[in-house]
Design a protein around this ligand. Structure first.
Ligand code: F6R
Ligand code: MG
Ligand code: MG
Length: 379
């Protein structure tokens, strides 16, 4: 058994390398490539535990190890895995094969190459419950609202008023995706400033959260912008988040409460529409209607002695938290909003405003009619 306080790293690295039936789902044959490589890495002792899953057309690699964040070996493992999976997808002529592998050369990190990354090095507590959130057909800002509720809203998180270890509040790191800057704001003191920023979900995204009184890391979120890397729309970012729970942090139930209701995210069809979030089980993490509605899954696990706590066979014990009738209301609301938004077709605000639309095709459409425009006063 590792000593208490031993540092353990949780890495979730994800990538769309190609999918079955358009952008619908990663087939088992592709997930098997990831499973094989993760198994090999565990055998070599590079990682201690792993869990391979998919959310729609994205492969998600959950790896637990002791190499720290931004480690070249861990990122290299993910990169090689995605490349091999993309090769297989290409051979099978799956859709969008290799889609998120935007650069050729690996530079020691997958950041800036296409895959999304959320990582958190923690000092293990006596017991460390973790929740992984992951979304498909959604923009990075999808987590701003729930993270605010979880770590700053006393109407959501009772612990903010009842648990004396949380009364010092939480600090949020917010990234400005336009100017490539970051700022740290502390709640409750700077709550209004925080909301002023993160309400602009296209531009400002929460990337990290710490407990203020002791700077304990409690959330880490991927902030990759594929459009920025590629210089054009190639697919939605479909972000992931790692959140720590309990014992002086929001409880698992407080982390899940924001998902009792659906809310809107940018993404959905062609990355260019407001779409309602549907919290679903892994089984239902596949997009259909209008390439959506955007799905989100939540996995629960325990970090234990440098690993994911496992069963007698050493298999990681993972719970599928949205596989629960308690989220039926959100799913129902999501369908109501889906119907309402789709009735509006391509009229704003159903479609994103032009400055936020991801699809470069619209520019080409506009180019075709540009020469027909005449000044208003011309006869
Ligand atoms: C959204 C997404 C899909 C595609 C759409 C058109 O992230 O991936 O909604 O944008 O299916 O795809 P293409 O242009 O590949 O036919
Ligand atoms: Mg895709
Ligand atoms: Mg996707």
């Amino acid at each position: 058994m590792l000593p208490v306080g031993r540092r353990t790293t949780i890495s979730v690295i994800k990538c769309d390398v190609g999918s079955l039936a358009g952008h619908h789902v990663v087939p088992k044959i592709i997930l098997n490539v990831a499973e094989k490589n993760m198994k090999g890495a565990k055998k070599r002792g590079l990682i201690n535990s792993y869990y391979v899953f998919n959310v729609g057309d994205d492969i998600e690699l959950l790896m637990v190890h002791e190499k720290g964040e931004r480690n070249a070996e861990i990122h290299g493992l993910a990169w090689e895995t995605f490349r091999e999976a993309a090769e297989k997808a290409k051979k099978l002529k799956l859709y969008g094969a290799g889609q998120d592998l935007l650069k050729e050369a690996f530079t020691g990190t997958v950041s800036g190459l296409g895959p999304g990354v959320a990582e958190m090095e923690i000092e293990e507590r006596e017991s460390d419950p973790i929740i992984i959130l992951a979304a498909d057909k959604a923009a990075t800002g999808i987590f701003n609202l729930p993270l605010f509720k979880i770590f700053a809203d006393p109407m959501n998180t009772a612990g903010l008023v009842i648990d004396p270890t949380m009364i010092g509040g939480f600090k949020f790191e917010v990234i400005d995706l336009v100017e490539d800057k970051k700022v740290i704001l502390k709640c409750p003191e700077e709550m209004y400033e925080l909301v002023a920023l993160i309400g602009s979900v296209h531009r400002y995204v929460i990337s990290r959260v710490w407990r203020a009184e002791d700077n304990m890391i409690c959330a880490s979120i991927s902030t990759t912008s594929l459009t920025k890397i590629a210089g054009k729309y190639v697919g939605k970012d479909d972000p992931v988040a790692i959140i720590r729970a309990q014992h002086g942090l929001p409880a698992v139930g407080e982390i899940l409460t924001p998902f009792m209701h659906s809310y809107l995210t940018a993404g959905w069809m062609r990355g260019s529409h407001w779409g309602p979030v549907m919290p679903v089980s892994l089984r239902d993490a596949k997009c259909t209607v209008f390439d959506g509605p955007p799905r989100m899954i939540a996995l629960g696990l325990q970090i234990s002695d440098g690993k994911i706590a496992g069963d007698d066979e050493g298999e990681p014990m993972i719970v599928d938290l949205f596989d629960d009738p308690a989220f039926e209301l959100a799913r129902r609301e999501c369908l109501d909003y889906t119907a309402m938004l789709r009735r509006m077709g391509e009229f704003e605000p159903s479609r994103l405003s032009a400055e936020y639309m991801e699809y470069s095709a619209i520019t080409r459409v506009m180019d075709r009619i540009k020469s027909k425009f005449k000044p208003l006063l011309e006869k």
